[in-house]
Design a protein around this ligand. Structure first.
Ligand SMILES: [Zn+2]
Length: 331
């Protein structure tokens, strides 16, 4: 497949982190404006700092980047640039994860002020965004309930959902009551699992969080019964191939289980996770996967159609997205 063909393909993205999408140029600009200290002072140094080493280093990069965002003006900038970046890749609709609670505790920007900045960025861009506000494993249950409150209250111009992220070993079970409350309130749920831990972690989130989708979930392939359970439940997997290679979940892209998951009848989509931190973009993910797995246009269209069906949107909006995705290319 030609890169130009992939660039023009209408796309849906369901797993990408706002903070993990901030471009190095913007990180430098924000750091300078706010007097935030970074381990690198120029673009080359920052790119080197971004280059993946191991999971603890990845967390260090993530925290350093988040700490450059200091006020609502920065939140506005970050969201505006994110929306522009998605539109430039022909992404018709995105559901992005955002850790508002970390920004509140690290930068002291109360959620209500973050929310106003996000609403302004959305209004000015004219784009629609799905926003997954996530609980980070390790947070207290009361902090987790606050995140659920924000999701339930919602914000203008964005459809909200509840997420769970962070190191899987730090636990899932303690948040059971939060997810029970989310389901009672009709809040859509997506949970990171089956990434740093194996199939048993996927089972645990299915039992405890009953998610509509799973972020990653690729290590479900370690247990055929778990794969069958996901297929029977119709749980969609938000697959992020380069992220999995960078974080050592799989040794190489060629060994990534994406084709096996599809062959097993699971619904999956291709996503970029934290693109500049993993040296990728959504378009680049499509290019790499098309090459590694010999995917044709119809495979990419089918995954986008499944992503549209798995979006946390009203049925009429999903139908409109499906029409745009399934329209013959070039028509
Ligand atoms: Zn993620």
């Amino acid at each position: 497949m030609e890169r130009a063909q992939i660039e023009s393909l209408p796309k849906i993205e369901l797993h990408v982190h706002i903070e993990g999408s901030i471009q190095p140029e913007t990180v430098l600009r924000l750091a300078k404006k706010n007097g935030a200290r970074l381990p690198a002072q120029d673009l080359d140094g920052l790119r080197e700092f971004y280059r993946f080493r191991d999971f603890p280093h990845f967390v260090e990069v993530y925290v350093a980047v988040t700490q450059c965002v200091k006020d609502e003006e920065d939140v506005y900038t970050v969201f505006s640039e994110f929306l522009e970046g998605q539109a430039s890749q022909n992404v018709l609709y995105t559901e992005a994860t955002y850790t508002a609670s970390t920004l509140e505790s690290h930068s002291g920007i109360p959620w209500v002020r973050q929310r106003e900045a996000i609403e302004s960025a959305l209004a000015d861009s004219g784009e629609r965004l799905g926003l997954v506000l996530d609980i980070v494993r390790g947070q207290s249950v009361s902090e987790a309930f606050r995140v659920l409150e924000w999701v339930e209250a919602g914000l203008r111009g964005a459809d909200c959902a509840l997420g769970l992220a962070g190191e899987e070993r730090r636990g899932t079970r303690e948040y059971g009551e939060v997810f029970d409350a989310a389901h009672r309130a009709g809040v859509p749920v997506t949970v990171h699992a089956g990434e740093t831990c194996g199939a048993e972690s996927v089972c645990e989130v299915l039992d405890v969080c009953r998610p509509h989708r799973i972020g990653h979930g690729v290590r479900a392939t370690e247990d055929a019964e778990v794969v069958a359970r996901l297929r029977d439940l119709g749980t969609f997997l938000e697959v992020c191939p380069s992220s999995n290679v960078c974080l050592g979940v799989v040794p190489t892209l060629a060994e990534h289980p994406l084709p096996r998951l599809r062959e097993a009848g699971l619904k999956v989509g291709i996503n970029s996770d934290d693109p500049p931190m993993f040296g990728t973009t959504l378009t680049e993910e499509y290019v790499r996967c098309a090459e590694a797995f010999d995917l044709r246009t119809e495979d990419l269209v089918a995954m986008n159609a499944d992503s549209a069906r798995a979006a946390f949107l009203p049925e009429a909006d999903k139908a409109a997205l499906l029409t745009a995705i399934l329209r013959p290319q070039g028509a």
